[in-house]
Design a protein around this ligand. Structure first.
Ligand SMILES: Cc1ncc(COP(=O)(O)O)c(C=O)c1O
Length: 445
């Protein structure tokens, strides 16, 4: 591919993006007058400015500049059936019309809870919340209450949402944001991902202090990096040995098989957290697991409160039931095969360039790292939340702009994922675009 160098510069790519997204820029300018940074979600900000989306259907979105793009971002893995899937929309609208926000249980809550209990081996009993953040907050709280210990162990680079305890160490060691109290930081220990020996060491030194070890079966925000089964099994053994709880955060990984990553790996945690794909496209979170642990939330037998005006929101639950029913074994097999194809083919193209590229992922999610590899943890990932290397962010940004220019929408950090409406045609488009975008990146070397 080197022979096809075209001498593109990053500013050429940015200039072209500005020219072709002028309406988005004017909406961005309007937005920054009332929103810090022009949006209300840190991750959706990107340089030089984000694209504003006007509408979406299936696996395609229309930008405010009138371009149609294929959506490989899917709201950071939430939209597993693409946008506005008709059966889900119908269920949500029908339920909403019958009344929503009723201040009392409805049968929709039990129906979605039953789906989670039936699908996920660790889940005997479950509660709903409004985000993955609330799910991990309430799961870790259950662990603290159950074990009567204050400390949490998590992975360096492990992202579990935005409550204080789990924001510690999302970019490696230490406090991530000045807004986190230092007393919280002191309660959190971080450990290297995919390193069973590091886990053994930290448990040997502090195992009796940990209420739980919270871990993603694949490290999502830090670059879709699968855990080895050995690592997860070591985590299972050590938590058991030290009377600590194992919490799998399956907010992203629940989509890899009908029973999530826990079923696929055959490692069953004490508690599991969910979000994104389980709520009909509306805000949702859930946490569930062993009945004796979940019973800390039992109004008569337990002693931990769990309120929330929108917990178990009827329209969210009704949409979630249809969403999960549509995500059956066949649907998952197909999106996983598409994911395999992208990983294999993009890696093959990249290997023919001079660029250091490692494509990671599992099933229907993937991440294109500008790193030599192997990429096994936060430290070895070339991009991710803390891309401090001068060449990393430029490669990622150039690749992102190159993909956008070719009609592909994905995460600026290099992450993408498959939705069920996608066919070989969309996968072909992605691979072709990646070939061109990698050529751009190579040319700005
Ligand atoms: C693994 C994981 N856990 C938790 C969360 C937080 O979920 P939410 O954004 O719904 O609060 C996310 C969000 O991306 C996630 O990827």
């Amino acid at each position: 591919m080197s022979s096809q160098k075209t001498n593109v510069t990053l500013s050429d790519l940015e200039k072209r993006y500005r020219e072709t997204n002028a309406e988005s820029y004017s909406l961005f300018e309007e937005a920054i007058s009332v929103l810090p940074g022009g949006d209300t979600r840190s991750v959706t900000y990107t340089q030089p400015f984000p694209t504003f989306i006007e509408s979406a259907s299936g696996c395609r979105m229309t930008t405010e500049d009138g371009d149609e793009v294929i959506d490989f971002l899917n709201n950071y893995t939430q939209a597993v059936h693409g946008h506005s899937p008709e059966p889900v929309v119908d269920a949500v609208v029908e339920r909403f019309k019958k009344g929503n926000g009723l201040g009392s249980p409805t049968r929709d809550i039990t129906e979605l809870a039953t789906r989670l209990v039936d699908r996920f081996p660790s889940v005997d009993s479950v509660r709903f919340a409004n985000s993955g953040t609330e799910a991990t907050m309430n799961a870790t709280r259950a662990a603290i209450a159950y074990t009567e210990r204050d400390h949490i162990l998590k992975v360096k680079g492990g992202y579990h949402g935005t409550h204080d305890a789990v924001e510690v160490g999302i970019t490696g060691d230490g406090r991530e944001h000045p807004g986190i109290p230092s007393s919280v930081e002191e309660r959190v220990t971080t450990v290297r991902y995919n390193d069973p020996d590091a886990l053994k060491e930290v448990f040997e030194a502090h195992g009796s202090e940990f209420a739980c070890f919270i871990v993603e079966p694949f490290l999502g925000a830090a670059g879709m990096i699968p855990a080895t089964t050995e690592y997860l099994q070591t985590a299972r053994d050590l938590t058991e040995e030290h009377d600590s709880l194992l919490v799998f955060d399956e907010v992203m990984s629940a989509r890899v098989s009908v029973g999530g990553a826990q079923e696929k790996r055959g490692v069953i945690p004490d508690l599991t957290t969910f979000g994104k794909i389980i709520g009909g496209g509306l805000p949702v979170g859930a946490f569930g697991g062993r009945e004796d642990v979940m019973n800390v939330y039992h109004p008569e037998e337990g002693n931990v409160g769990h309120s929330g005006t929108f917990n178990g929101n009827p329209a969210t639950m009704a949409g979630g039931v249809v969403m999960l029913d549509l995500l059956d074994e066949d649907a998952i097999r197909e999106i996983n095969q598409h994911g395999d194809r992208i990983r294999e083919e993009v890696q093959g193209i990249a290997d023919d360039t001079d660029l250091p590229v490692t494509v990671t992922g599992e099933g229907s999610v993937f991440h294109i790292h500008f790193a030599e590899g192997p990429v096994t943890d936060f430290e070895s990932a070339g991009s991710g939340l803390e891309a401090t290397d001068d060449s990393g962010p430029n490669h990622s940004l150039a690749f992102y702009l190159g993909m956008r220019d070719r009609g592909i929408f994905m995460a600026p950090r290099g992450m993408g994922n498959i939705s069920t409406p996608m066919t070989d045609e969309e996968i072909d488009s992605f691979v072709r675009a990646a070939e061109g975008a990698l050529r751009d990146v190579e040319a700005i070397e």
